[in-house]
Design a protein around this ligand. Structure first.
Ligand SMILES: [Zn+2]
Length: 255
């Protein structure tokens, strides 16, 4: 009997763990239809390029380690808020900022040359930018641009928040780290860098006011098309949007 109870508890416990990994993996397959070739034993993802990534690497990490070397579970763990920012995010809260680089390399390109070959020109407001065509990213940005054009026509005062565009593709690490920025994959766009600051440049002691000053209607349009905003991270980046359909879809599923 004791053995049976133990078995039942074990089955229940691992069942719950599997449910989390199963729904996260299903979500990745939905948002990146060509990325995952196979899943072994419910935990090991075999990607289209042969890379093997554990969903859960079994390691216990602090905030900084989860940022430096996340597994897929860590990448999807923090819930992205779809509502406008009204309170300062807790320290270490930065949904979408944990990224498993090997996953994005498999989808969008392994090095600068491979990514460059995947870039296309996208009309965006009054200009044209380069963005990655893989996995629908460039098409999503083009849809953002169309919706923003209509918004700016109705609210011309928003134009200075967005323009001039400060950049999209640039193969580079994140400042003061060795981790590749999402700009390296042609998946991120920076709006006007003169009016939108980021945490390392910030000189005020009231970042919440800065976050709130950014038009929520602009953020909503990006989110509708699968982009997350750096203004919702504790270490904020107000000019930065990046294409992360899995983060947005998980937020929508949790509603
Ligand atoms: Zn950026």
């Amino acid at each position: 009997m004791r053995t049976l109870i133990f078995f039942l508890l074990f089955a229940l416990g691992s069942g719950n763990a599997l449910a989390g990994s199963a729904s996260d993996i299903a979500l990745l397959r939905q948002c990146y239809p060509e990325a995952i070739r196979a899943v072994e034993a419910g935990n090991m993802l075999v990607l289209s390029d042969g890379t093997r990534l554990p969903y859960d690497d079994g390691l216990v990490k602090d905030t900084e380690q989860a940022l430096e070397s996340p597994d897929i579970e860590d990448m999807l763990a923090q819930p992205y808020p779809l509502q406008a920012v009204t309170v300062e995010p807790a320290q270490g809260f930065h949904p979408g900022r944990r990224r498993v680089t090997a996953f994005f390399k498999a989808v969008y390109g392994h090095d600068q040359a491979e990514v460059k070959a995947n870039l296309v020109s996208v009309p965006f407001l009054n200009t044209t930018v380069r963005f990655n065509a893989k996995n629908g990213a460039a098409a999503a940005l083009e849809a953002v641009g169309r919706d923003l054009s209509a918004l700016v026509a109705a609210h011309p005062e928003y134009a200075k928040r967005l323009l001039p565009i400060a950049g999209t593709f640039a193969w580079r690490p994140i400042a003061r780290t060795e981790r590749l920025s999402m700009h390296s994959f042609g998946l991120a766009i920076d709006c006007n860098a003169k009016v939108n600051t980021y945490w390392q440049w910030n000189t005020t002691d009231d970042p919440l006011t800065l976050r709130k000053a950014f038009p929520d209607a602009v953020v909503k349009i990006f989110e509708r098309h699968g982009f997350i905003w750096g203004g919702k991270w504790a270490e904020f980046d107000l000019m930065h949007f990046e294409y992360r359909p899995e983060i947005i879809q998980k937020a929508l599923a949790a509603k």
